[in-house]
Design a protein around this ligand. Structure first.
Ligand code: ADP
Length: 599
């Protein structure tokens, strides 16, 4: 069914419902038991219907929208609880509801969640404010309006019971609240665009119907013409049906509501300023009410005492709430300050990183140029030494020496190849790799670092490992980084041993780097970009986060932890290509299980 047909159907059912209601209302006798029961039951069920429509929209991923619809539903629910007690009196006790009824407060309190919902203004695209402030402001709103009710209405119920005054004050306050709500819906309606405008217009309509119903019922009660189930209830019935309709319309338009049409850059400022202003006004209003009571009130002493007591009592939670709000705001400010300091620090690191990478680029270019130059004479050395080593006419001793020269030339060739790939002179490509070879290359490259140290690297490589599909240069970078970090950490202490182990673990090839250094200060943050314990200019905190990305791109995992006996362990898991065992390249240093000293 198309959306406009569905809406036409809903309007049709709404009108049909009103028609049936009017027919029953007119056909049954005024004040009769069936009409009474019918009127009460309809009014108990209607808020449920409204809730169903409203809550259709409360399951979005956006908390602000969800909260908006939930608050509207809470408002209807409060009204429904108020209605339950009417039903209880009229149907169960067969008595009219007393004129002075403490339960009337529920009909008044229903306005508060609605005001809170209005304050959320879900159509605006905003940075999600912290929810705790939202909760606090809601409690503040609740306390203040309840206080207002206690000040204006309750004295005539509890201090000096007087029906007329009670009704007058109740209606005054309730209507004032309804008008504020209506004006706020109107402002939202006029101030929004697109789908939200339609939704707000409907909510405005529903609230207008509610205000109208409240005025109609007041007039009817005053002229003693009201009875439950009468036609005077039609605006009320319409109001709840309209809330349900507004919810259903919003559900129809949910895709358009989810993409808010407006972005309001002032709103964050607005957002912080106006609840704070309201909180201040609420607190300042208390002494003003007290002064009014003492100086200008002409009521009886009981009413005066009641009002003063209400003011005093209300001042306690309000002051506490304000205190809590300030406290939270202070905490937030401190947190923001720490965050911005951290950002500045990160910026400095980034700057250092840029300088560093520029240096590396030129260094890489230099190394690549040199490597290319070395490659040509090296190829000649390799070729001639090979010829000599294989030439049977050459004496045995000379051949042995030629073979040694050839081996060393091959080793140099590998190093030059590694240097070239590290300087990114080799395009990235996915091939079937022997991880032992990649580990070996990384370790050899690291061994080129001429700084002497007291740390060693021990290789314990599994002799038969399945292949891994990936980019050899990228993975070499990962291993190089981990090895460098470990060696640096150990050098910073008194040296130690880094053991690199490769194993096969189910469908994975696992590479374990365990060092005997001081261990990780904060293992949970090691992969965070910019996390470093090294001074600015030395560490950038980017190495391991890049490694993390590379391993993830390879479908693997990298994790780290501290060993109980001390030192850090990095574990890299890469998915194995189980059927394939790549041939080891012969010219590489033997991937042995024997310890190898590198630095
Ligand atoms: P950087 O080396 O620039 O600081 P990395 O991302 O490579 O950035 O490392 C982040 C941090 O992780 C290091 O500053 C260090 O504190 C910690 N770390 C990494 N490896 C080790 C290790 N083997 N032992 C102790 N700390 C380590």
């Amino acid at each position: 069914m198309s959306s406009s047909r569905r809406i036409a159907w809903m309007i049709g059912s709404w009108l049909f419902f009103l028609l049936i209601y009017s027919a029953v209302s007119l056909s049954l006798k005024r004040g009769s038991e069936p009409l009474n029961t019918f009127g009460n039951l309809v009014q108990c069920v209607l808020p449920l219907l409204a809730n169903a429509g409203l809550l259709l929209n409360a399951g979005t991923p956006k908390w602000r929208q969800n909260l908006f619809w939930m608050l509207l539903a809470v408002s209807c629910t409060l009204w429904m609880i108020g209605q339950f007690q009417w039903t209880y009196y009229e149907i169960y006790l067969h008595k009219p509801v007393p004129d002075l009824n403490g339960g009337d407060i529920l009909f008044f309190l229903r306005g508060i969640p609605m005001l809170a919902a209005l304050a959320l203004r879900p159509h605006l695209r905003r940075g999600e404010i912290q929810l705790r402030f939202g909760y606090l402001d809601f409690v503040l709103l609740f306390v203040w309006w309840t206080y207002l009710y206690a000040f204006v209405v309750l004295p005539w119920l509890y201090a000096s019971p007087a029906v007329e005054q009670y009704n007058y004050n109740y209606n005054l306050l309730a209507n004032l609240q309804n008008m504020i709500i209506l004006a706020a819906w109107g402002a939202l309606w006029l101030g929004s665009r697109g789908a939200w405008r339609v939704v707000y217009a409907n909510l405005f309509g529903a609230s207008a119907a509610y205000l109208l119903s409240s005025l109609t019922i007041n007039v009817a009660i005053a002229s003693r013409r009201y009875y439950t189930g009468s036609l005077y209830d039609i605006p009320l019935v319409s109001s709840f049906l309209w809330f349900a309709f507004a919810g259903a319309i919003a559900y129809q338009y949910r895709d358009r509501l989810d993409a808010p049409s407006e972005s309001n850059s002032d709103s964050t400022v607005d957002e912080r300023v106006w609840p704070a202003g309201f909180a201040m006004a609420a607190v300042i209003s208390l002494p003003i009410f007290a002064i009014y009571t003492i100086r200008f009130g002409h009521e009886t002493p009981e009413v005066r005492d009641f009002r003063l007591m209400a003011t005093l009592i209300a001042s306690v939670p309000l002051a506490l709430l304000i205190f809590l709000r300030t406290h939270l705001a202070d905490k937030d400010r401190t947190w923001l300050l720490a965050r911005s300091e951290q950002s500045v620090e990160n910026l400095k690191r980034l700057q250092a990183q840029i300088v560093q990478s520029e240096k590396l680029v030129s260094l890489g270019q230099l190394a690549a140029g040199a490597a290319h130059e070395i490659n040509n004479p090296l190829a000649a050395i390799l070729g001639f030494s090979d010829l000599l080593a294989e030439d049977p006419t050459v004496p045995e001793k000379a051949r042995a020496m030629a073979a040694k020269i050839r081996d060393q030339a091959r080793r140099t060739n590998t190093l030059v190849g590694n240097l070239l790939s590290f300087a990114r002179q080799v395009p990235p490509e996915r091939t079937l790799l022997d991880i032992n070879t990649v580990v070996n290359n990384a370790v050899q490259l690291r061994a080129l670092d001429l700084r002497t140290g007291t740390s060693r690297v021990e290789l314990q490589l599994e002799s038969v490992l399945p292949g891994v599909r990936g980019d050899g240069n990228q993975l070499m970078q990962v291993f190089f980084n981990i090895v460098s970090n470990a060696l640096e950490a150990m050098e910073a202490a008194t040296g130690g041993v880094l053991t690199i182990k490769t194993i096969r673990d189910r469908g994975n090839v696992v590479i374990l780097f365990s060092d005997t250094g001081p261990g990780l200060t904060d293992p949970y943050r090691v992969f965070d970009p910019f996390y470093t314990t090294k001074p600015v200019g030395k560490g950038t905190g980017l190495g391991l986060s890049i490694c993390f990305g590379i391993v993830q791109e390879h479908g693997g995992r990298i994790l780290c932890y501290n060993r109980q006996e001390g030192g850090a362990v990095f574990r890299v898991e890469l998915p194995a290509v189980l059927a394939a065992f790549p041939a080891k390249e012969l010219h590489l240093a033997r991937a042995s299980t024997a310890p190898q000293k590198t630095s």
